[in-house]
Design a protein around this ligand. Sequence first.
Ligand code: PLP
Length: 382
Amino acid sequence: MKTVYLDNNATTRVDPDVVAAMLPYFTEHYGNASSVHTFGSSVGDAIKSARRRVQELVGAEFDHEIVFTSGGTESDTTALISAFESGGERSEIVTSAVEHPAILAICKHLVDTRGAELRLVPVDSRGRLDLEAYRKVLGPRTAVVSVMWANNETGTLFPVAQLAQWAHEAGALFHTDAVQAVGRVAMALKDTKIDMLSLSGHKLHGPKGIGALYVRRGTRFRPLLRGGHQERARRAGTENTAGIVGLGAAAALATVRWQEDAARVGALRDRLEEGLLERIGGTAVVGDRSHRLFNTVNVTFEFLESEALLVNLSRAGIAASSGSACTSGSMEPSHVLRAMKVPFTAAQGAVRFSLSRDNVDSDVDRVLEAAPAIVERLRRGA
Ligand code: PLP
């Protein structure tokens, strides 16, 4: 029985066309882009073309605004450290309470080691950013604002273009972690005030270990990795050519496909969500249902532990994930659900289903057939 894979916010299957585009860069075009011979120049051309494809996907004005990195975590880390270090007298970092650990951990590091002060903006029970609190916290001491485009646990979208505008009015740099949003929402960065944006290949049917940081032309920037002059001296290290080509191919596919995917996959997600709510009592959706990624639904199952549900779903051939992190044997609801003040009895039974263009109707049928009986059995304590 084929496993129904509904954990695409964790990672996606690499598209076969992406794999095919990458392969020659292991076996034939294995040169170093910095070399002067033809082995090098053909690789240089491939990197250039991949850069253009990523530029097009995010709607950047110039291709050199795309800096290739090893993924979302490196892009986030680079952006935050660079913005903080180049912020002069300004010492405050503004971010949201529901960011990915890749952002929260580097913020904490800057607080612990560099004298940064952190301002966490709260969200409401639907996961929407408190815009009033956001505007109030911005000021002459704000060095950088980092607010995610789409939340990885609930899919909730933040109005980043507006947030960037307000950050600029306060004289601060604006970064967004768009790891979950790139390839899933329309982007025209050139028409916004967003200074930096993080993206990751493996969330858009590209390979793992490759990503990019968009850095608007003219933005104050300090490299995280220093050494060679790759990426215009903004990210040293021999280029991950096959990964870069793969990310370019994935970006090109997303550019032509995402709208069609959004309509079809969005309808599948809606049918899954409605089916679960209808068939199973004590369920609710967490997140902003009217401003959400088309592929994501986070459902809470009251009086259940998500771990038990996930194990049983897995036995039935269904792969989903929880919004909880297991800490020292006890289930702690995730910081995202805690920030949304989801009641504990619901939050501990949160399950995230995240779809992709690989999903089909029968996948949803499988979940709707299996889940009610599993939930019923677990609630009975059997
Ligand atoms: N930011 C968000 C919102 C994510 O969902 C993830 C991955 O789960 C990351 C950052 C980290 O990206 P990567 O795995 O490419 O380091």
